[in-house]
Design a protein around this ligand. Sequence first.
Ligand code: ATP
Length: 241
Amino acid sequence: MITFENVTKRYTVSTDPALADVSIDVGRGDFAFLIGTSGSGKSTMLQLMTRQITASRGAILVAGRDLRTLPDRHVPQLRRDIGVVFQDFRLLENKTVTQNVAFALQVLGTKRHRIKQMVPEILELVSLDGLAKRRPHELSGGEQQRVAIARAMVKKPQILLADEPTGNLDPDTSTEIVKVLERINKTGTTVVVATHDERIVDLFRKRVIELHNGKLVRDEQLGSYIAEPEPGVRRRGRLVN
Ligand SMILES: Nc1ncnc2c1ncn2[C@@H]1O[C@H](COP(=O)(O)OP(=O)(O)OP(=O)(O)O)[C@@H](O)[C@H]1O
């Protein structure tokens, strides 16, 4: 669903690349955490996937499209296949929950009767059905993030990208949000979550893709936040089998 082949991204010629020779393959229906310290290249990777920026070198394939050759006029179509959520929710403050979600469908040109039908369905998916008439300031952070996820999911994208989705949330609420993402993933959507949140990575034990200074340093199924040492390597004085 998302393939990077030897991708390098340089923002300026004089500095080190933000992403250096990265190759990954995220299949349909996968769930991956993208981790790494600040500045390691996580946001750069997400922005390359949506073609907000283009690679300096290498090939990127997303939902069957080669982003090197995709004409600009086809980029909106690509973005219909990709839902994105952010740390800061980015909701429309003067609109209710229903209106925030409906607005995302209106801009796609969806007919009014379809919007009326689809919005309650999607609110149910993120367990927000009781809060449809509230405005963002009347919601908790976790509820606001659910609205943002609902809004990203209305177009039924094949891929959901989340950039630090639990960054503003307390631990219990963060767990609930990742459970929502997991539920969406179980419906077949490919989910990639860029995060610094060590606790959720260790709790959910999904695939972990780790960057360091723009380089891919780990790609592990059922990974934890801190890489497990190789067998035979000493860790805190104990030999790991
Ligand atoms: N528009 C830009 N112009 C120049 N350099 C940039 C630009 N965006 C990012 N960079 C640089 O590219 C590198 C990777 O940044 P990126 O934002 O992808 O990291 P990140 O892992 O997402 O960090 P964070 O966790 O802090 O969001 C950093 O050195 C950053 O300074």
